[in-house]
Design a protein around this ligand. Structure first.
Ligand SMILES: CC(C)(COP(=O)(O)OP(=O)(O)OC[C@H]1O[C@@H](n2cnc3c(N)ncnc32)[C@H](O)[C@@H]1OP(=O)(O)O)[C@@H](O)C(=O)NCCC(=O)NCCS
Length: 437
């Protein structure tokens, strides 16, 4: 390892200290030869004062037990109904997996405890079929999980839940990880399965926003994506919607997967992320009409420059909209001038009904961060009526048109709008999408 690698790792440490990570292991991973490496990685996380909660599945072990005993099971992974026989095998399989995890954690000097933290109720009758012993998480006993964590003990949560009368229910471990993460306000969920993250055209998809993850899941449902991975993708998007900042889908059969994902900028698996800009998304072809309608009034009053449909279509990837409850409430565009390392923030607009609710500032900050992420050093805006907004709310300074990139300067002169040139350095630190932290 190079010293620079270590430096790279250390930059994440303060951000992660005392934060909760939920690591969800498929049963297959616990049984794999790579499990011993994962245990070492978990010990590293612990030594960096990261609070880890382990959640495990047992689908592979249930299937194996059923085959050994020649018993038919109703469903292996806790997503379908659980009959009496399957529950019995499920309890046995989960106990075995738990035991293996406990042994492993002890071997790397980590103190651990079985956490009976899932309070469940019957999943009930779905589509007319009684799910019998399949449960749904009602609540997570956060108090006991915190007690363990505060004592430096790693809680291990099985895919089982219990109701007030002591009845046992089988629950899906992806769902358990989601519920535990939400209830414990975890920073991350890391799903370790035997799949290699999400692939498109032979390349692993490094990161997806919530909307992109939902879109991906919708397109891939029934189109050949491994159902286990699809379930993780669904749960990842839901977890992000419910406040978990980052969910990682990793191949747990790969050596060093956990550390490479967490402590490198690019990671190796697929990360689904939420951020404070999650209502902001790219403009698609189908939105162009809506964007034009949105800005029409502002164009008429000369606040914004007139754009034709063809103008927007020609630079569609530059345009972003803010969408709330499926309604477009604002937009912004970012045009890049890579040679000068400058970006233009343009077409900033917030619907009159939503003015003064902070959306204008949010769109402005979003564009600035995007510009920084694209490696731009400065960002500028040309404004006829909102220059005070840029100055007072965004910290922009007025410059002369000479500050503009030459090709932009030509258009500026040709337009005769005499807009004020507002400029500032692009945000330097926070990355919008690429940071694994
Ligand atoms: C400018 C604009 C984007 C602000 O959107 P917004 O969602 O209302 O902004 P925010 O809610 O984040 O901020 C509101 C604050 O900015 C101030 N503000 C809004 N428009 C302003 C303007 N034109 N000049 C100066 N200050 C302005 C408000 O008074 C308010 O101040 P306060 O927080 O001290 O009360 C919106 O008014 C708009 O779409 N204007 C027309 C289009 C335009 O001129 N775009 C810029 C050209 S690129």
């Amino acid at each position: 390892m190079k010293v620079s690698d270590l430096r790279g790792i250390l930059q994440y440490v303060p951000r992660f200290r005392e934060k909760i990570f939920v690591v969800a292991l498929d049963g297959e991973i616990v049984a794999s030869p790579n499990f011993s490496n994962i245990l070492l990685d978990l010990a590293v996380l612990r030594s960096l004062s990261i609070k880890v909660i382990l959640v495990h599945g047992a689908a592979m072990q249930i299937t194996q037990l059923a085959a050994e005993r020649n018993v038919a099971i109703s469903n292996a992974d806790g997503t379908g109904l659980t009959d009496e026989q399957t529950l019995k095998l499920g309890i046995e399989a989960a106990t075995n997996v738990m035991n293996e995890i406990m042994q492993g954690l002890t071997s790397v000097d980590l103190r651990a405890a079985y956490a009976n933290a899932i309070i469940a109720h019957p999943a009930g009758i779905l589509g007319g079929v009684d799910q019998l012993h399949t449960g749904r998480v009602e609540r997570v006993d956060t108090k006991s999980l915190h007690l363990f964590l505060n004592e430096g003990i790693t809680p291990v949560v099985p895919p089982m839940g219990f109701d007030g009368e002591g009845r046992t229910f089988r629950v899906n471990s992806d769902g358990v990880a989601l519920e535990v993460a939400e209830a414990m306000q975890a920073m991350k969920i890391i799903y370790l399965s035997a799949s290699e993250g999400l692939w498109v055209n032979g390349e692993v998809v490094g990161q997806l926003s919530i909307a992109e993850a939902e879109d991906f899941a919708k397109k891939k449902r029934g189109a050949g994506l491994d159902p286990g991975l699809l379930s993780k993708l669904d749960h990842a998007a839901r977890a992000c919607r419910q406040g978990v900042a980052r969910v990682h889908l990793l191949n747990g059969l790969r050596d060093e997967a956990l550390l490479s994902e967490i402590f490198s900028h690019e990671g190796i698996g697929t990360m689904i992320y939420s951020n404070e800009y999650q209502q902001i998304r790219r403009v698609f072809k189908k939105d162009v009409r809506g964007v034009m309608a949105l800005i029409r009034q502002s164009v008429n009053s000369e606040e914004l420059v007139k754009r034709t449909r063809a103008d927007i279509m020609a630079h569609l990837e530059d345009y972003w909209v803010m969408e709330i409850d499926r309604t477009l409430v604002g937009c912004v565009a970012l045009h890049l001038y890579p040679e000068q390392q400058m970006a233009e923030l343009a077409c900033l607009y917030v619907n009159k009904h939503h003015e003064g609710e902070g959306y204008g500032r949010k769109l402005m900050a979003f564009a600035e961060q995007l510009a920084a992420e694209k490696g731009m050093k400065q960002i500028f805006a040309l404004s006829t009526q909102a220059f005070n907004f840029f100055q007072q709310k965004g910290g922009y300074s007025e410059a002369t048109p000479d500050a503009l990139p030459s090709e932009r300067r030509k258009k500026y002169d040709a337009s005769a709008r005499n807009s004020k040139v507002m400029i500032k350095p692009a945000a330097q630190t926070v990355a919008l999408e690429t940071s694994r932290a």
